[in-house]
Design a protein around this ligand. Structure first.
Ligand code: NAD
Length: 262
């Protein structure tokens, strides 16, 4: 594939302070984009590397439509354009139905689903008059094949895949392309580290995550945030000009079905 060039383009990445979002923001910036990161918890350790790449970081709670609107409008105010939106912020929810509270449901669905919808709403407002743009949603392998241990999370990500397809269909006429990536298990992320920290035996839990994905098992490692970022960059690039409504699994085959035993 030819090197992607985002020179002169403006990108907004939610949940860009850590993990997949940070890897995506930094890669987009290295390929020339002016990047605006919005995160609930901007991290001080990002200040220097982000400044070196011209990445603007601000606090933003994506559960609020007004906050998302402000994040996107601030990027447009500075660059007079919006080419790329990555709806990446997300939280996990490992609970069975009997333990799930209304607050849990709202936190998970508002962060993983509602925020992407309103992110799309405020992005298309700018992209349609400009003649197009690219939106990428970070879903999950759980968005392709639901899991028994985290039903609310699985529901949020399956709905995010549906949102991607539905809005892609609505906005192809506007040349706004809307796709999603379905990763996991992704190591070196806040989400994975939190899951591993809760395990009674961390290395056993890590091995179980790896074993659940055929390619991860074969390589003996988790997927990296950078490997997910690469797919996001492809979907954001002109190389994907005719690609919309897709859900690309970056999961080492985890969502394909039941792997051979042994
Ligand atoms: P992460 O915790 O490193 O990154 C998530 C980021 O989102 C954090 O920086 C966090 O502060 C931010 N965030 C959370 N709630 C927010 C809010 N209300 N407003 C703004 N920002 C908020 O974990 P990650 O794995 O990089 O997660 C990124 C995305 O990838 C998520 O959508 C997650 O569901 C998805 N995902 C991750 C994995 C994995 O194995 N790590 C697998 C499948 C999907």
């Amino acid at each position: 594939m030819a090197a992607v060039d985002f020179t002169g383009r403006c990108a907004v990445v939610t949940g860009g302070a850590n993990g997949i979002g940070r890897a995506t923001a930094m890669r987009l910036a290295r390929h020339g984009a002016k990047v605006f990161v919005g995160d609930l918890k901007p991290l001080p350790e990002n200040e220097r590397p982000f400044a070196e790449l011209g990445i603007v970081q601000r606090a933003c709670d994506v559960r609020s439509e007004a906050a998302l609107c402000e994040l996107i409008d601030a990027a447009v105010a500075e660059t007079a354009r919006l080419d790329i939106l990555v709806n990446n912020a997300g939280i996990g929810m490992v609970k069975q139905i009997t333990e799930v509270t209304e607050d849990d449901w709202n936190a998970c669905l508002d962060t993983n689903l509602k925020a992407a919808f309103f992110g799309c709403k405020h992005a298309v407002r700018h992209m349609i008059p400009a003649g197009g743009g690219a939106i990428i949603n970070t879903a999950s392998n759980a968005g392709l094949l639901p899991r028994a241990h985290d039903p609310v999370y699985s529901i949020s990500k399956m709905a995010l895949v549906a949102l991607t397809k539905s809005l892609a269909l609505c906005h192809a006429k506007d040349r706004v392309r809307i796709n999603c990536v379905c990763p996991g298990p992704v190591g070196d992320t806040g989400m994975m580290n939190a899951d591993l920290a809760k395990a009674a035996d961390r290395s056993q839990a890590e091995a179980a995550f790896i074993a659940a994905s055929p390619l991860a098992k074969s390589f003996g490692r988790m997927i990296s945030p950078e490997e997910v970022a690469e797919a996001i960059l492809y979907l954001a690039s002109d190389a994907a000009m005719m690609v919309t409504g897709t859900a690309i699994a970056i999961d080492g085959g985890k969502s394909l079905g039941v792997p051979p035993s042994g």
